[in-house]
Design a protein around this ligand. Sequence first.
Ligand code: 2AM
Ligand code: CA
Length: 246
Amino acid sequence: MNSISANLNIMIKASEKASKILIKDFGEIEKLQVSRKGPKDFVTNSDLKTEKIIIEELKKARPNYSILSEEEGIENNKDKNNTWVIDPIDGTLNYLHGVPHFAISIALKSHDQIIAGLIYDPIKDEMFYAEKNNGAYLNNQRIKVSKRNKIDDCLFVAGSKISFDKDPLIRISGCAALDMAYVAAGRYDGYFQKNLNLWDVAAGIIIVQEAGGILNEINLSSINDVKIIASNNSISNKFIEKLKNF
Ligand code: 2AM
Ligand code: CA
């Protein structure tokens, strides 16, 4: 097993604890699909509960770190150079519809860099993580981006529809964090999406980088309006060329 930092260990523990509620609530969602009110309020509540557990756990271990999270927003604490960036349920619409493709995403931003990232898919029990200069992992196994270098051989994933002159294969999965994790693991060859929030992609950024992938330049001081183009290094130039008007 690879050695991990104390901070990553804290992130893992927080996501594992929060995932218990998430799995339990997901099991209830199917029943709620037929109720008059539907599961929407229930899901909002799951989102809040999950985030609360994650923040509690992280704060217990690192009380001074600042926080940026989907539900709570910005919480500036004593240590403004270290910020936990949290998305308690990425892929909320999947979750709401009972589609088992969503994840918890936690990153640690230190100064102007993401230095650790974790994306946990509790249903498939797949934990993707990376730390700066220490490689990317899926459940303790090292992961690498794919080596495909021909557009026609590639499978890409996107956040929304886009048309090309000659369409490459593109999926839309509904979970930005897992899209990036899957690029890192070589399952997809590239991913692109606009109008994201930093918490959607913060963990994915370092996981893709540490898996040997290529990312566009991302301004980590902007919280909204984040654009991502991520891919394996072999297809990167052709992929960017395809997306020149994106
Ligand atoms: P969410 O599930 O946490 O909302 C799919 O659209 C992906 O993009 C999801 O990861 C979703 O995160 C994210 N996303 C971010 N902003 C969005 C928006 N305004 N509308 C839809 N999806 C958004
Ligand atoms: Ca999200």
